[in-house]
Design a protein around this ligand. Structure first.
Ligand code: NDP
Length: 444
């Protein structure tokens, strides 16, 4: 059995109750075979892949908090510090009832390669809790965040591990966590990113993941003699990534006709009204059922359905495994040209393979959504030099990072004989740098 297959078998046996982590490991290890197989004996001798798939550190803790009635609730908190070969751990905190160690490990593992692809010095980590922010009052959110940070603060720091937002963790939650970190550690430092502008946040960080997704998509289209001008796009999700993906897609001339949340989805034939969406989701924190009141011509449907709409570009921006093989078949039958992932691993393995077999340009999340973490690293730089850059400066850096990233994965795919396969290109290019740093630092 090849070394790659041995390690995949070992991970499958040891982590059989972590399907998302297994999915992520399988995809990456499968892609990096050309590098490993060129020097298999040395890889095996140094247990490179075993070290790659085992987190450097996993922290699991109790998070007790009081609701507004004075009743006590207990959630579980996690931080997985996966790989610090190229820089301090960096990755978001997810607050969602579906969170468990397998989900956090999958996200942390992906983050290693994503962070490497940005070209910036950041290692991979991820964290979160099974706490459900939905329906909680502001004070309940604050008490949860404070309790969560009371434990987490022992393990993080501006040069150690720098968490950020993710599903369920936006500016409000980062603010409460930062306040508690500062209070307990007596340090005003850039330990979290996605901070508010009045206390060390970066302009353009809120927009970065969605905007970055579109800068990369635009470059992909340009390199294939196309442009977003006049194209129809479908987007899933209605959170941070989705909102700013829709905004930038429209600025670049595309018409985005859908968005969704976990209850249902909207079809707006005239193009999603971003101002209305922001008011519903960012200000009122309400459900998409309200959208029709702003746009009577739109339709609201319960359940899933975004991928049934005919489009040129599909941008999944909600959550993992939200686009399956049936959705992929529908999109291909409807003539989709490109699928670029705003969320982390939103496309199932079978759906990914189907897109690739049918000539759809498919860019995985670890490349396409790297603009968020890249801009977080720019926030870290600004914090370190006690400076704030203008929106235009940050946005220009983001655009250049995403364009370079596209060429980096495109070139890596070509170099190893997988032209047009951006999954292979992203994994190979991301791994090359991490491998070099791991080898240089000895067996640690
Ligand atoms: P938000 O919490 O802001 O929004 C998430 C959106 O996805 C909401 O519309 C939510 O609906 C929907 N959603 C979440 N879980 C499910 C589910 N199980 N089924 C259907 N819909 C669901 O998160 P973000 O926009 O920040 O994150 C979205 C994705 O992008 C995630 O995969 C995240 O890991 C990834 N990402 C985020 C980055 C960032 O900078 N924020 C950076 C890189 C990647 P509802 O409100 O009903 O729950």
């Amino acid at each position: 059995m090849s070394y790659v297959d041995e390690v995949i078998a070992m991970v499958s046996e040891k982590n059989s109750d972590e399907p998302e982590f297994l999915q992520a490991v399988r995809e990456v290890l499968d892609s990096i075979r050309p590098i490993v197989e060129a020097n298999e004996a040395a890889f095996r001798r140094d247990a490179v892949l075993e070290r790659l798939v085992n987190p450097e550190r996993q922290i699991k803790f109790r998070v007790p908090w009081l609701d507004d009635n004075g009743d006590v609730h207990v959630n579980t908190g996690y931080r997985v510090q996966f790989n610090s070969a190229i820089g301090p751990y960096k990755g978001g905190l997810r607050l969602h009832p579906s969170v468990n160690i397998g989900i956090i490990k999958f996200l942390g593992f992906e983050q290693i390669f994503k962070n490497s692809l940005t070209g910036l010095p950041i290692g991979g980590g991820k964290g979160g809790s099974d706490f459900d922010p939905k329906g909680k009052s502001d004070r309940e959110i604050m008490r949860f965040c404070q309790s969560f940070m009371t434990e987490l603060c022992k393990y993080i720091g501006a040069d150690t591990d720098i968490p950020a937002g993710d599903i369920g963790t936006g500016g409000r939650e980062i603010g409460y966590m930062f306040g508690q970190y500062k209070r307990l550690r007596n340090l005003f430092e850039g330990t979290l990113t996605g901070k508010g502008l009045s206390y060390g946040g970066s302009l353009a960080r809120t927009e970065a993941t969605g905007y970055g997704l579109l800068y990369l998509t635009d470059e992909l289209l340009r390199c294939h003699g196309e442009s977003l001008q006049g194209k129809t796009a479908v987007v899933s999700g209605a959170g941070n990534v989705a909102i700013y993906a829709i905004e930038k897609a429209q600025q670049l001339g595309a018409k985005v006709v859908t968005c969704s949340d976990s209850s249902g989805w909207v079809y707006d034939p005239d193009g999603i009204d971003v101002a209305a969406l922001k008011e519903i989701k960012e200000v009122k924190r309400a459900r998409l059922t309200e959208y029709k009141a702003y746009r009577p011509n739109s339709e609201y449907h319960e359940g899933r359905g975004v991928w049934s709409i005919k489009c040129d570009v599909a941008l999944p921006c909600a959550t993992q495994n939200e686009l399956d093989i049936d959705d992929a078949k529908t999109l291909v039958a409807n003539g989709v040209f490109a699928v670029c992932e705003g969320a982390n691993m939103p496309t199932t393995e079978a759906a990914t393979a189907y897109f690739q077999e049918n000539g759809v340009h498919f860019v995985p999340g670890k490349a396409a959504n790297a603009g968020g973490v890249a801009t977080s690293a720019l926030e870290m730089s600004q914090n370190s030099e006690r400076m704030s850059w203008t929106f235009e400066e940050v946005d220009a850096k983001l655009k250049s990072i995403m364009e370079n990233l596209y060429h980096n994965i495109d070139n890596a795919a070509k170099k190893y004989g997988f032209e047009g396969n951006y999954v292979a290109g992203a994994n190979l290019a991301g791994f090359e740098k991490v491998l070099d740093a791991m080898n240089a630092q000895g067996i640690v």
